[in-house]
Design a protein around this ligand. Structure first.
Ligand SMILES: O=C1O[C@H](COP(=O)(O)O)[C@@H](O)[C@H](O)[C@H]1O
Length: 233
């Protein structure tokens, strides 16, 4: 399926539109299936949308939120995506979080934990929200990582794996647990949120080259579900 691009005047407009879309997704899922599950990127870009979404009056007890990827750090560490998500959704009473890592962030035990967790959450995501780094990584699918090819395989039979970015990104120099492309694309909709001309240029390169080993974000463009690209200056 082709991607659909949505352009906004600024990051605040992007956040408002993405929050509204996710609210619709959650309402529809709860009304038709009784529950909802989102996979949510970490990093900085999508958090204004998460905070706006958390303020909506929804039956949050029926919603499970899972990070698309996690840094292998203790859950109270400043770099922990789950910690930041818990803060962003503090007002969403009763929402449940599905952590990809164990409390102390140990990478080996987290990889085992993630695999067990995903066998318990095998259903289709109602929506997946992704960001992208300037190196074209998405989730924690980093170009150059040793097991990237396996994690990109759309037919992979595992849903999450450990990734050790090479080199480690200076702003978050940790091993990661990431959902695989096969798992990320088991979704009713995929939303890629990008801010800034630099990221837009990186995405344009990925769209043209379609080489996920060099630009992992390209792997999600072949989703069977609709891919919405949300971009602002
Ligand atoms: O490390 C990560 O970075 C990407 C992009 O983050 P951003 O701060 O540039 O928005 C993010 O999508 C990913 O989930 C995160 O773990």
């Amino acid at each position: 399926m082709a991607w659909i691009e949505h352009r906004y005047p600024d990051a605040a407009a992007l956040a408002a539109a993405l929050a509204a879309r996710l609210e619709d997704v959650l309402r529809e899922a709860i009304a038709s299936r009784g529950h909802a599950m989102l996979a949510l990127a970490g990093g900085r870009t999508p958090f204004p949308a998460y905070r706006a979404l958390a303020a909506r009056a929804l039956d949050w007890r029926k919603v499970v939120l899972m990070p698309t990827d996690e840094r292998c750090v203790p859950h109270d560490h400043p770099a922990c995506n789950l910690r930041e998500m818990r803060e962003a959704f503090a007002s969403a009473q009763g929402v449940r979080f599905a952590s990809l890592t164990v409390d102390d962030g140990d990478p080996g035990r987290s990889a085992v934990h993630a695999s067990t967790l995903l066998s318990q959450h095998a259903g289709t995501f109602d929506a997946v929200v992704l960001g992208m780094g300037n190196d074209a990584h998405t989730a924690s699918l980093f170009p150059g990582a040793a097991n990237l090819a396996a994690a990109l395989d759309p037919l992979a039979t595992f849903d999450a794996c450990r990734i050790d970015p090479r080199p480690l990104p200076p702003e978050a120099p940790f091993p990661r647990i990431t959902l695989t492309v096969a798992r990320l694309l088991r979704a009713r909709g995929v939303h890629l949120a990008l801010v800034g001309a630099g990221k837009r240029a990186v995405l344009r390169e990925a769209q043209a080259a379609r080489d996920p080993l060099r630009q992992p974000v390209a792997a999600i463009l072949d989703s069977p579900a609709a891919v919405h690209i949300h971009w602002s200056e």
